[in-house]
Design a protein around this ligand. Structure first.
Ligand SMILES: [Zn+2]
Length: 168
């Protein structure tokens, strides 16, 4: 079963209900993505898509300042960890495992990998080493994206306009 609605064409490595679940976070509002199968370090975990928008939402990742990819169906629900189990590639629109993921684990990313600012800034208590909770007063809002300014990256998104649907 797909997570993306029928008007989004199927694409390679899209997440399905066979491999992932979306579950509520204990003692909190919101949801997260849980793996239902194991992934080895370096393995492609899933590919994602979305809508280009000019404003940050709860479900966007930043393509570049002022341009965001909005995915309220799946990618936008991936939770933050300071030492996450996935890396995100905004050019390829993929998540890869950076350490072993076991069935039942949350799928996580570090929002600072892509985001200059968040829809809702928060004080992280994930407990990873290092975690921003250990730097008093520092919120999880970040630095410039690591891949900003890369020529190939800019070329992929050169014609992207806010509101355009991204075809895979
Ligand atoms: Zn943390």
């Amino acid at each position: 079963m797909r997570y993306y609605p029928d008007f989004v064409p199927s694409f390679a490595h899209e997440p399905t209900a066979e491999n992932f679940a979306i579950r509520p976070i204990d003692g909190n509002v919101g949801e997260g993505v849980v793996a239902l199968t194991d992934f080895a370090p370096g393995q492609l975990v899933f590919a994602f898509t979305g809508f280009f928008v000019s404003e940050i939402t709860l479900f966007t990742l930043q393509v570049r300042p002022g341009l965001y990819l909005h995915d309220p169906y799946f990618m936008g629900k991936v939770l933050h960890r300071c030492d996450p189990n996935c890396d995100v590639d905004m050019e390829a629109r993929t998540f890869h495992a950076r350490k072993p993921i076991r069935a039942g684990d949350w799928v996580t990313m570090n929002y600072e990998q892509t985001e200059d600012q968040l829809f809702r800034a928060f004080r992280c208590h994930c407990g990873d080493t290092p975690c921003h909770d250990q730097a008093p007063g520092r919120l999880v809002v970040g630095r410039a994206p690591a891949n900003a300014g890369v020529e190939e990256f800019d070329a992929v998104y050169a014609n992207a306009e806010p509101g355009a649907y991204l075809h895979m």
